[in-house]
Design a protein around this ligand. Structure first.
Ligand SMILES: [Zn+2]
Ligand SMILES: [Zn+2]
Length: 383
């Protein structure tokens, strides 16, 4: 039975010594195996993973490697468990932890920065300067679960207490797993972007992040919020999340002109690029108004061709976003707790953990209209 020294457990949540876990072998190859249940150290807890969502970045990690860094390099054949968007129940406390209790249901931020570098001290722990490096020592405490340390496609995982966000009791496990996705949208719009009510937002691409940006932007009072997209089912979900207008990229000759027409011909205060398409970045800077901001949220796979003179002469701000810093996840959870938007519209499928490859196939190939696909280790277990 699991009883590491100085770790607090509770008989209500018995923990086995071994657990089922997926590990990444060669690129694109996952193996279902057994691992020791990890042990929380100082300022860490052990979570029972209740729901883990599949993200496009998981596909990047599983098929290509980056942005995961394991032991200073690519994540393949290193017994590494991916998965970074999840929620769970606190089942054991590391030495000295009194910030939460066993039984708490929590969403988790992905990144626990090193806490020591300049960016971490600024609250930008997703841009930690020691990402995957830890000043050369894995004991320094930096974790980015599913990227630099083991993630959520397993039954139990350790998390730093700073990454825990208590979720409302009436939130389902699936909705809880989407809190971190909403946190990314929040970080893009408010902390990095500085959005205030009444500003206009254009979102290109209605993947999970794009849809969340629409939901969060509307909850924050943005007006209008316009989506450019190609798939009808996703346009409908976007409308359900509050999008004021939708432009079907497949049906207009000039998408930039079409979105400008919907916003007084001047372009938007914010353009959030979530599609990753070849021409998207250049289109985005032309959709922004003079002095507007363009947030790049998609992991594009090829360098973009960009009209730099347009960016310069129109004073356009261009910024990338990685993850969800500055406690944005907590603020996103607060909006969800207040029912300011319904994140469950983005969740489409749930599979047992053992069927992760099927779940990934649904997410990757968008089978049956899949958007956010969730796996649950205890899908049919009594709660
Ligand atoms: Zn993600
Ligand atoms: Zn740091």
């Amino acid at each position: 039975m699991y009883s590491p020294a100085d770790v607090t457990t509770c008989s209500e949540f018995p923990i086995p010594d071994r657990m089922k876990a997926w590990v990444l072998a060669d690129p694109g190859e996952l193996k279902f195996t057994d691992k020791n249940v990890p042990v929380p150290r100082r300022a860490e807890v052990l979570l029972r993973v209740d729901a883990a969502a599949i993200c496009a970045t998981d596909l990047d990690v599983i098929y290509h490697g980056p942005p995961a860094i394991i032991q200073g390099g690519l994540p393949f054949n290193k017994n590494f468990t991916p998965g970074h968007e999840y929620m769970g129940t606190v089942v054991a406390l590391g030495p000295g932890v009194d910030e939460c209790q066993i039984g708490d249901r929590v969403a988790v931020e992905i990144h626990a920065g090193c806490g020591q570098c300049k960016r971490c001290r600024e609250g930008m722990y997703t841009s930690c300067l020691n990402y995957g490096l830890n000043y050369g020592s894995s004991d320094k405490g930096h974790r980015a679960n599913g990227f630099t340390t083991d993630g959520a496609f397993c039954e139990y995982q350790v998390n730093n207490i700073n990454t825990l966000v208590a979720i409302s009791d009436d939130m389902s496990d699936e909705e809880g797993a989407l809190v971190v996705t909403a946190g990314t949208a929040m970080y893009a719009l408010t902390e990095l972007g500085g959005l205030v009510a009444g500003e206009s937002v254009i979102v290109s691409g209605a993947g999970p992040i794009g849809l969340m940006v629409i939901a969060v932007a509307k909850a924050l009072g943005a007006q209008p919020v316009i989506l450019t997209e190609i798939r009808d089912d996703r346009m409908n979900i976007a409308r359900g999340l509050g999008a004021d207008a939708v432009v079907n990229v497949g049906k207009v000759r000039d998408v930039v002109a079409a979105v400008k027409e919907l916003n007084d011909g001047k372009g938007a205060d914010y353009v959030v690029e979530c599609s990753g398409s070849n021409t998207a970045v250049n289109d985005a800077v032309h959709m922004a108004s003079r002095g507007g901001k363009v947030c790049l949220a998609a992991f594009a796979h090829a360098p973009a061709n960009l009209d730099v003179a347009h960016v310069v002469s129109n004073n356009i701000y261009l910024y990338g976003i990685r993850g969800e810093g500055k406690s944005a996840v907590r603020r996103a959870e607060a909006l969800m707790r207040q029912k300011r938007f319904d994140a469950t519209k983005i969740h489409t499928h749930t599979f047992p953990l053992a069927e992760l490859p099927t779940a990934i196939r649904y997410a990757k190939d968008r089978i049956d209209g899949a958007i956010k696909v969730v796996v649950k280790p205890r899908l049919n277990a009594p709660s």
